[in-house]
Design a protein around this ligand. Sequence first.
Ligand SMILES: [Zn+2]
Ligand SMILES: [Zn+2]
Length: 136
Amino acid sequence: MKTVKGSCLCGKVTYQVENDFQKFHLCHCTQCQKTTGSAHASNLFIRANQFSWLTGQTELQRYDVPGRAISQAFCTTCGCGMPYLSKSGSGMMVIPAGSLDQIPEISPSSHIFWHERASWYDEALGANTSEDFPSG
Ligand SMILES: [Zn+2]
Ligand SMILES: [Zn+2]
């Protein structure tokens, strides 16, 4: 099985994971909007025994959202969202897709908690695209 690597923005935290992801969900729940500061989380799921830290595990901080099996793990230097073991009891690691440095062999299968999506999300899908900061 091929592996893919991931890292945070400052590079202190790195990991590798088998390119054998079970699920890939885009979660629009209000908690994921908060934890990502964006429209939705993009989370890959893989069994914990297919994941390993390479460097910087001691740099991580974790916050578990009370009452829900949602957590946020992040690098204490740069704040990037990092993988964490799900509190759901599933034995799965949740991998923020944006933290990968290589391409996962799976595509997103669903937008979940769609009814909680940001009020501006539908319009964002139709917004102009630009290769850089737009001029003016
Ligand atoms: Zn970092
Ligand atoms: Zn969510």
